[in-house]
Design a protein around this ligand. Structure first.
Ligand code: ZN
Length: 328
């Protein structure tokens, strides 16, 4: 198709897959109880939204929050719910070890979370929603290194390994697929038997499977329980800059590289309406805390540190806790 999409340059750069997915949430404690308490992820970083420091930014991931494992949230108490729809990530997928889906459906039932099973491309997807209604699913996959983190009732051998990928609800699916293929270097694999999804695959072992809904989905509305953006992995800042030039050459508005402390980021909205970010793999979450202490303290970027007291005063306290259902 269109090598014009990359300005005729050879297709050299291929993302390893999803770097992180960021969503909007309501109550911070409910968010932590669900992602750490129920799903057993590690809260690897507690900071604030660098662009709106009166709101937390929580990063959940594996033990170190390595790229491809991070699900992140802007929790805002009392935030009105959004509507999942076109121009958004429709569902975030997590990868779990083979043979653990029954453990997970029992576990989710124990915590009152309703689940359903959908079959796509020969895989069983255990689907459910978080407390704000954000659509999620677990898929059992061999790929991806096993988790080394255990928390509450989730032992490491059953723990979420990281992101498996995502289902995208585009308002212009053909454009979105074209961009994933020709800008980000994903391989277009196949179309589902019912024609509802195109599956693309990135070269990494986590966050690598992207299913694009082939029907244009009616526009969603931003709010709690919806994804804000999806970030793709760049190995280096040089690679990120090369992508930035290519995005600009396609006629899309793209930001300059922004310092996010744990990575640098560029942002642009693709033609299907989904906000894309390209984020560097480094320096990572251990840049300001050692591995064993990740997520224990509120970390602020240097430019907000002078206002720490004022920032803290605006934030609702929370704790990472083992839930009652896991206490024996
Ligand atoms: Zn991001």
């Amino acid at each position: 198709m269109s090598h014009a999409a990359t300005g005729g340059e050879p297709r050299a750069m291929r993302t390893a897959g999803v770097h992180h997915i960021t969503a909007l949430a309501g109550d911070p404690q409910a968010n932590v109880d669900f992602y750490a308490g129920v799903l057993g992820l590690r809260l690897v970083k507690v900071t604030v939204n660098f662009d709106a420091p009166d709101i937390y930014h929580f990063y959940f991931g594996d033990e170190t929050g390595k790229p491809g494992t991070a699900m992140t949230f802007f929790p805002s108490p009392g935030a009105p719910r959004g509507r999942v729809g076109g121009g958004q990530v429709g569902r975030a997928t997590f990868a779990v070890p083979p043979g653990t889906l029954d453990f997970w459906s029992d576990r989710l039932a124990k915590f009152g979370v309703a689940t359903a099973r959908e079959h796509r491309f020969g895989e069983t997807c255990l689907q459910f929603a978080d407390p704000d209604g954000l659509p999620l699913e677990l898929v059992a996959r061999l790929e991806g290194p096993p988790s080394t983190w255990s928390f509450g009732g989730v032992p490491a051998d059953k723990a979420i390994k990281g992101l498996g990928g995502a289902v995208l609800y585009s308002r212009a699916p053909e454009h979105t697929v074209d961009l994933l293929e020709h800008l980000l270097g994903l391989e277009r694999e196949t179309v589902s038997d019912d024609g509802r999804y195109v599956r693309l695959r990135a070269r990494g072992h986590l966050g690598q499977v992207i299913d694009v809904c082939t029907q244009a989905v009616p526009a969603g509305a931003s709010g709690a329980g919806t994804v804000h953006h999806i970030a793709w992995r760049a190995a280096t800042q040089a690679e990120q800059e090369a992508w930035r030039r290519q995005v600009a050459a396609m006629g899309l508005d793209v930001t300059p590289a922004v310092d996010r402390k744990y990575f640098t980021s560029i942002y642009f909205r693709e033609r299907g309406g989904i906000l894309f970010e390209i984020a560097t793999d480094g320096p990572g979450f251990t840049v300001d805390e050692p591995v064993e202490a990740l997520g224990r303290e509120l970390m602020l970027p240097p430019w907000l540190e002078p206002y720490r007291e004022r920032v803290v005063a605006n934030l609702q306290p929370f704790t990472v806790r083992v839930l009652e259902g896991d206490q024996t």
